[in-house]
Design a protein around this ligand. Structure first.
Ligand code: SAH
Length: 250
């Protein structure tokens, strides 16, 4: 069996209990060395064979999986954060399906969750934004035209930009017309790692502030009024709002 495991954002304690359990039972481990914290590997079996996929191409990765499977070994394939976002899991899974090799996916804590925690800011706030847009700006990998950042920004939902730390000025230029120069913005570098950095500012100055901190990669840009301080109280805990678990107090 091949297990695609979300290794979490960095802090080795942010892998799930299930992910850790499976990792510690696998004979072969392939980890995305460019982003997965190597400290997570301490959960692997002492004699596990460990591969760093940042030095491998798709066919090489699948070859290691196939070889292990044929020998009756389980493989832990560690991806950073949660495998549901920008993980290239699908292409690996597709090859496994063609080969008839079974696999499972174990979710993880995405870096945007760790960034929200570092900022101590919920990304959805009543009366402010109930929507989070997770996207990126085009780099070497394009973004479909109808998901152009400028178009997405017209909703002024909370925006979380992955894979864009090297192009922050470009990103800001595309959204500042909709969000406005004074919109709250933050950059979180290596959320939950020991060298995490949190930069807070406004849309008009966030790119420069992040640059001054030397941040060029492994960071998220988060923009929107949910980072600000004006919001309504939620209905969930309101005394005069009843729901399935609690009647209204009069
Ligand atoms: N699947 C991952 C994302 C992989 S794409 C997840 O769920 O988080 C890689 C991008 O994720 C990086 O360019 C960066 O934008 C972001 N990223 C990954 N780990 C991060 C961290 N600890 N802090 C901030 N951003 C991170």
């Amino acid at each position: 069996m091949i297990y695609f495991i979300g290794a979490g954002p960095g802090d080795p304690e942010l892998i799930t209990v299930k992910g850790r359990k499976i990792l510690s039972s696998c004979d072969v481990v392939i980890y995305a060395g460019s982003l997965v914290n190597p400290l997570v590997l301490k959960y692997a079996k002492g004699n596990a064979r460990i591969y760093d996929s940042s030095r491998m191409d798709l066919d090489e990765i699948v070859e290691v999986m196939k070889d292990a499977h044929q020998r009756g070994m389980d493989v832990a394939r560690l991806h950073t954060g949660d495998p549901s976002l920008y993980s290239a899991v699908r292409e690996q899974a597709g090859k496994l399906e063609k080969l008839g090799i079974p696999y499972d996916i174990i979710p993880g804590v995405s870096s945007f969750c760790a960034a929200s925690a570092a900022l101590k800011r919920e990304l959805t706030l009543p009366g402010v934004s109930q929507t989070v847009i997770i996207t990126r700006i085009p780099g070497r990998t394009p973004v479909p035209e109808n998901e152009d950042l400028q178009k997405l920004s017209t909703h002024r939902a909370t925006l979380v930009l992955f894979l864009s730390a090297g192009n922050m000025e470009d990103a800001v230029g595309r959204i500042i017309g909709s969000y406005g120069p004074d919109a709250p913005a933050a950059v979180v570098y290596k959320a939950s790692w020991e060298d995490e950095k949190v930069v807070r500012g406004k849309l008009k100055d966030i790119a420069l502030k992040a640059k001054n901190e030397g941040i060029e990669k492994t960071a998220l840009l988060i923009v929107g009024n949910a980072l600000g301080d004006n919001f309504e109280l939620s209905k969930l805990y309101s005394p005069d709002f009843s729901h399935g678990f609690r009647g209204a107090r009069k």
